[in-house]
Design a protein around this ligand. Structure first.
Ligand code: NAD
Ligand code: ZN
Length: 355
């Protein structure tokens, strides 16, 4: 497996490195090249970051989870950095899951009008998805990720050794984004996963690295072609939102408490696959294959809120939707997605009652 990826696009300049037991060295190397380094660390991560003699590295530890992606989380982190004399020559390194990465990226893109930043994702979900592509931001009471920027990290280090301490529930959450990438783009990858998922969920090194690599390549393919989600065709970055129209609404409804992100989008993917089948786009054979796979690996597939009248109102608040229409990125077979299907709110309500 290729263990170093360089992505160079006119706008996108991120170096992605997949390397085991490399976090300490990665930070040290950045510290050698920069005046001051602020490591923002998820408090749950136990790694050796004892940079005694290197006084240009400051560690800021914070409690993470969805609750940190708020106005308050933004204010606290930004003010802590300012209080510690962050300046234009400083860089930020976020070491944590997707919530920390999204928050720190947003802070980095706005603090002093933008500072260089690096990501060291520590959950499977953040290694296969959220650390790639430069989307970051925070939630508001009206919905998820409603405040944010597109801002690419300078570098991303994927180090699977950090996943050892990750609870199984979070490993499965990350797997949800991996299977999403297969479902929207790569039938062969889906078949490979059908064989390898057990190994992957048990953190087998080579299986994990291959799955992470493949996932990143699928995501990058969309990001490079459509960094800011402008395209209106099959190459649109919006394809990565498969399962997310429903998933984000579920997360929002339960105030991010009942389900983690992967669980919510798992329910979202199955529901959107059913919508796709209902509309005659996805065959029942493919739908059943997907459901069987999800059940086998204990990915969530349903929640009672789906048939509740108020659920469609939450759906219309998604940033992709307006005029009572709801946009879905659907799949028309395993490994192939189709651009937004605009459905009327009442139509969605009716479909949700039937599936
Ligand atoms: N920016 C993007 O493109 C993008 C893409 C997908 C998801 N996301 C966002 O990512 C977020 C979800 O990310 P997540 O699943 O990483 O959640 P998370 O950051 O909340 O991490 C999950 C839990 O694991 C803990 N944790 C992190 N690393 C650990 C480790 N190595 N060992 C033990 N515990 C650890 C965290 O403290 C947290 O309790 C959501 O907010 C979602 O919207 C963003
Ligand atoms: Zn997601």
């Amino acid at each position: 497996m290729q263990n170093k990826l360089f992505i160079k696009d006119k706008k996108l300049k991120t170096e992605i490195l997949i390397k085991k037991n490399y976090i300490y060295k990665f930070i040290k190397n950045i510290a050698k090249k920069n005046e001051k380094v602020f490591c923002v660390l998820d408090a749950k991560i136990k790694i050796d970051l004892d940079f005694d003699k290197q006084n240009n590295i400051k560690i800021i530890s914070i409690q993470c989870g969805e609750k940190v992606k708020t106005f308050n989380g933004y204010k606290e982190l930004a003010e802590r950095l300012i209080k510690n004399n962050i300046n234009r020559k400083s860089v930020i390194i976020a070491i944590g899951g997707g919530t920390l990465g999204d928050l720190a990226g947003f802070v980095a893109s706005t603090l002093l009008r933008g500072l260089d930043f690096f990501l060291i994702p520590t959950t499977l979900l953040s290694q296969v998805d959220s650390s790639i592509g430069g989307k970051n931001g925070i939630n508001t009471i009206y919905g998820k990720n409603l405040l944010g920027t597109f801002y690419q990290p300078k570098g991303v280090l994927i180090d699977i050794s950090v996943l050892k301490s990750l609870p199984k529930k979070e490993v499965i959450s990350g797997y949800a984004e991996i299977i999403k990438h297969a479902l929207i783009k790569d039938y062969a990858f889906f078949c490979w996963l059908e064989e390898k998922t057990n190994k992957l969920l048990n953190l087998n090194k080579s299986t994990l690295e291959r799955a992470i690599y493949r996932s990143i390549m699928i995501k990058l393919n969309y990001v490079i072609k459509d960094q800011k989600e402008f395209l209106l065709n099959k190459n649109s970055r919006a394809m990565l939102n498969f399962g997310h129209t429903i998933g984000h609404a579920i997360e929002n409804h339960y105030k991010y408490k009942k389900f983690n992100h992967g669980e919510a989008i798992s329910i979202g993917m199955i529901t959107e696959a059913k919508i796709s089948n209902y509309l005659g786009l996805l065959s029942s054979n493919d739908l059943n294959k997907i459901i069987t796979h999800f059940k086998k690996y204990r990915l969530k597939i349903y929640d009672k809120i789906l048939s509740d009248k108020k659920f469609v109102n939450i759906l219309t608040k998604d940033k992709k939707n307006f005029n009572n229409n709801i946009n879905f990125s659907l799949i028309d077979k395993i490994g192939s997605s189709i651009f937004y299907k605009k459905l009327d709110k009442d139509q969605v309500y009716k479909i949700l009652q039937k599936i």
